[in-house]
Design a protein around this ligand. Structure first.
Ligand code: PLP
Length: 429
């Protein structure tokens, strides 16, 4: 295969990969429909029929709930804001704890802090990278109010085990399904497995409307509290005759009619886009399974995987070189991916290692909400608290996005070729 590109040889690919673009004539038509109506948003932040938003919002919510077989779907302007609504809705009190995975995008844990609760990080599963039920059990205290689980990379969490723990202890489960729309757990959709689920419609997700999110729940009361927090609860509760005022501090987390119209068209494409992603991943897995240092993602029994990204475990002992060197060599073969965005070392840094947790500075500068008088526990964010997460981040895991539906077989073949070339020439690295 010739000399490695990283050592001055000819790269496998210099042509750009096809851009992942799910926006087509259906979305253009949807946007024009809204523009022609002249109504770009119909929300009112008071107790009025427009409290629930306009035609497109309500149609999106109806269609989303039907698709995902859940009673309520509530459109918001991001998954982040949806997570904030969810935490507020379950009635979290300042000083309580929320158990969360450290191996995720920052918003999964920030959602706890917004209501002055303290994130407690539990470790992840060695095989699936989702939060580990055994680790959760060790972290539960009398202050634990909720668990925020993340269907990381697109694989549903261990719902039977975690829901059982939560039920026994009277703890809410909030499911961050940003990366897993359409994935299944025993024939139920990711996002609908806990008490409240949240999806993302930002531009790098499976389907998108620019920025957006959807909250889902089967419980009427929780769903209505989410709607209140989405839309200026404090100005609505009196006329709506809401008596439980806890966390009825409202935001403006409203989605516009244009985004809702785009999201409706995108939802109709989800099934096909997901199938193509799964087929690409199967093809990729089949063709790199002969590289002994690589472990392709396992799919939890009874589940399907949505493959937001493709996580691979790298065994340095078998390879005789570091993960970093191997990934650098593969990336050098694929000139268009050199930016490092689509080929990612370690995924996210464990969240507790971020400055906010290390210094315990969030609201103001005196340690709120991590310290007394706001919190009477002794929270530990030291390095070493989640060893599996740290090992994945520092040594073992890398992920890439070169499995998106835009990739044709010949594009996948170039990626596979780059992996084999780096492997065959590893003693030159
Ligand atoms: C697991 C997870 N949670 C939450 C978010 C936040 O999503 P949004 O950008 O819609 O707020 C993301 C986005 O990347 C994510 O991957």
């Amino acid at each position: 295969m010739g000399k490695l590109a990283i050592n001055g040889g000819k790269p496998v690919r210099t042509r750009p990969f096809p851009r992942y673009n799910t926006i087509g004539k259906e979305e253009k038509k949807a946007v024009n429909r809204v523009l022609s109506s002249g109504i770009l948003s119909r929300f009112l932040g008071c107790w009025d029929k427009d409290f629930y938003g306009g035609k497109e919002i309500q149609a999106l919510e109806y269609e989303w709930a039907k698709y995902f077989r859940v009673k309520h779907a509530i459109a918001v302007n991001s998954c982040t804001s949806g997570l904030y609504c969810a935490v507020g809705a379950v009635g979290v009190e300042p000083g309580q704890e929320i158990i969360v995975s450290p191996y995720t995008m920052s918003a999964s844990a920030t959602a706890a802090l917004i209501f002055n609760a303290v994130p407690v990080f539990a470790d992840i599963e060695e095989d699936y990278f989702c939060i580990d039920p055994e680790s959760i059990e060790k972290k539960i205290t009398s202050r634990t109010k909720a668990i925020i689980i993340v269907d990381i990379f697109g694989l549903p969490y261990n719902a039977d085990a975690i829901n059982k723990i939560a039920k026994k202890r009277g703890i809410f489960v909030i499911e961050d399904a940003a990366q897993a729309p359409g994935a299944l757990y025993k024939n139920r959709f990711a996002g609908t497995l806990g008490d409240i689920g949240v999806y993302s419609l930002n531009y790098h997700k499976h389907i998108h409307c620019g920025e957006g999110g959807i909250v889902v729940a089967n419980n009427d009361r929780l769903a209505e509290r989410v709607r209140l927090i989405r839309n200026h609860a404090e100005s609505v509760v009196e006329d709506k005759k809401v008596t439980d005022l806890a966390n009825m501090i409202g935001f403006n987390f409203r989605m516009t009619e244009i985004e809702a119209a785009i999201a409706r068209s995108q939802l109709r494409k989800l099934k096909k886009l997901l199938r193509e992603r799964q087929e690409n991943c199967d093809y990729f897995a089949r063709h790199i399974s002969d590289i002994p240092a690589l472990k392709v993602p396992k799919v939890r029994p009874g589940c399907t995987h949505a493959y937001y990204a493709y996580p691979i475990k790298f065994n340095e002992n078998i390879a005789g070189i570091s993960r970093k060197r191997f990934v650098e060599a593969v990336s050098a073969e694929l000139v268009p991916v050199k930016s490092g965005l689509v080929m990612n070392l370690g995924y996210a840094k464990p969240l507790y290692l971020q400055p906010m947790y290390q210094k315990k500075i969030a609201y103001g500068s005196s340690g709120c909400p991590f310290k007394k008088p706001w919190y009477d526990g002794n929270i530990n964010y030291r390095k070493g608290i989640c060893p599996v997460t740290e090992r994945m981040y520092e040594k073992e895991l890398f992920s890439h996005e070169l499995i998106k539906p835009s990739m044709a077989k010949k594009d996948l073949d170039d990626v596979i070729k780059a992996f084999h070339k780096a492997w065959q020439h590893r003693d030159e690295l």
